[in-house]
Design a binder for this molecule. Structure first.
Ligand SMILES: [Zn+2]
Length: 237
């Protein structure tokens, strides 16, 4: 009898804990901020809807801080994780977008969560502030955008206008960079920084690739993980 009473009490306690857990999860989800509506002086020709699917991306507020001094190389090099190039990814090899970064230094942050439940869907490339950021491929600057979360950003379309490349948290743009400018692979577009919601102590390039829809909207597309593509990237001179 005592044992049955005990199981009953334990069951009630477990039930209460589960209810509390789901209530907290519910509020956690509700507290996730909605995607921002672009706020810039120069409005796009067609205004992005408030229910935008892709960018403006919302990079991490606090990526892991980069070590002040170069980290010593591990005694035994860690083999790169098994990765496959995602279906529909750009076929031509991309250039590493940050000067001086080796493909082996990259960490796959594509599937990390940011701000509770949102998926990062981009690559954070840690680098010192002021390091040159270059175009990963030929293409065209379609949008220079200053967003609350991404800071100073560049949206580039590849020549086929099938893919968009997104560079965020820039410290500043390269001199002479304008919307509509044709870019050559490796051309300077800006400098690594922490504008937007990046941790000032951990400047980095937030880099994303997305496959554009038929409307070719710079703020809308299907995210593609840049990591497998940049693991095999050439390094800028
Ligand atoms: Zn990021």
């Amino acid at each position: 009898m005592i044992a049955r009473l005990w199981f009953f009490v334990a069951g009630v306690l477990v039930g209460a804990a589960a209810v509390t857990f789901f209530v907290m999860r519910y509020y956690d989800v509700r507290l996730v901020p909605t995607r921002p509506v672009p706020v810039v002086a120069t409005a796009p020709t067609t205004s992005p809807p408030s229910s935008i699917v892709a960018p403006p991306r919302t990079p991490s507020a606090t990526p892991p801080p980069s070590a002040p001094n170069p980290a010593p190389a591990p005694a035994t090099p860690v083999p790169p994780p098994a990765t496959s190039v995602p279906a529909g990814a750009p076929a031509s090899a991309l250039l590493m977008p940050v000067q001086g970064v080796q493909p082996s230094e990259l960490v796959d942050t594509f599937n990390q969560t940011r701000g509770g439940t949102r998926i990062h869907e981009a690559l954070d490339i840690m680098a010192p502030r002021g390091r040159e950021v270059v175009a990963v491929s030929d293409g065209k600057v379609v949008k220079l955008f200053n967003s609350k979360q991404g800071g100073l950003t560049v949206y580039q379309f590849d020549p086929s206008e099938r893919y968009a490349y997104y560079y965020a948290h820039l410290d500043r743009y390269a001199a002479g960079l304008t919307e509509g400018k044709t870019l050559k692979r490796g051309e300077l577009i800006g400098y690594v920084g922490s504008t937007g919601n990046a941790n000032p102590d951990a400047p980095h390039l937030h880099f994303a690739i997305f496959e554009l829809g038929p409307e070719k909207r710079w703020w809308e597309g299907r995210p593609i993980n840049p990591y497998p593509l940049l693991r095999g990237a050439a390094v800028p001179n």
